[in-house]
Ligand binder design. Sequence first.
Ligand code: FE
Length: 232
Amino acid sequence: MDIKAFFKLSYGLYVISSKYGDKLNGYVANTAFQVTAEPPQIAVSCHKDNLTSEIIGKSKVFSISVLDQKADVGVIGNFGYNSGKDIEKFDKMNYKTGKTGAPILLDSTIAWFECEVVDSFDVGSHILFIGKVVDSELIDEGKDPLTYDYYHKEMKGKAPKNAPTYIKEETGKEKSSGSGQKFECAVCGYVYDPAEGDEAQGIPPGTPFEELPDDWVCPICAAAKSDFVSMN
Ligand code: FE
């Protein structure tokens, strides 16, 4: 089996949300795909360890927010690299409550769908939920959706360990090169490479990790500089 073949499958990036009782939660998913047109149905794949999996299982509803290509890294960090068991992910977010009662994230969102679960399948590590679309809205036609490819290549993002596409990487495989030592984000796995810098936060190529300002944050998950560890 050639693992690299899997990298040629294409996906988008979405925030899937739900609510049961008073608990709102959501996670970042790359697997949200339309499975039928009549009726309109969309499937999402959710890791069993994700709190949202349990919440969707009980509430039988979920929403899908399609992320903007220029999505705020804080939004991805909040939903993708935290657990709703530890924090209230929606506390600092803009959202509205949909027809089904599910929260619909509006930050960094260009379109959304709201679904009622009509079926679910246990596929091992994940549960595949099939949802019938009961409402949807295109918020900004002029903006492009964030794709998994763009996230990896342009934003240097890594798949969280609960993603259906996560493939365990050898630690320390990536060695230091160029003008300094690389540092890895302990939260999301993003690697700061001094040779590349971080253009989005105004850090020019050639800036050693030690010289990054104290308020510099991980461009993927917004973790603090202190959450980075040396790769040597
Ligand atoms: Fe990070």
